[in-house]
Design a protein. Structure first.
Length: 93
């Protein structure tokens, strides 16, 4: 299966051209983050992870839905063709 990963805003420099495709037989959202850290090393780890959690201030969307709103959060199983977008959280008023 293939999952498309994009990073926007200040995170674009982590991935070549700001995007990548990850292929595996089965995958969770957390597994995608682990794969990105393995592929891109310390730059990905420093920008994306705080220990085993997503770094504070970032948002991760799975097919347009915030991962934190999904029942299984980072253990959510992905399907072929799913899209993940990681971006810096925006706030204001």
């Amino acid at each position: 299966m293939r999952v498309k990963v994009s990073m926007v805003g200040l995170l674009e420099g982590v991935l070549p051209a700001g995007k990548d495709v990850i292929e595996a037989e089965s995958m969770t959202v957390g597994g995608v983050l682990d794969t990105l850290v393995m592929r891109y090393g310390s730059i990905a780890a420093d920008k994306l992870r705080d220990g085993t959690d997503l770094r504070e201030g970032l948002s991760l969307l799975v097919n347009g839905r915030n991962v934190l709103s999904l029942p299984d959060k980072f253990q959510t199983k992905l399907e072929d063709g799913d899209e993940i977008v990681i971006t810096v959280r925006v706030s204001g008023g």
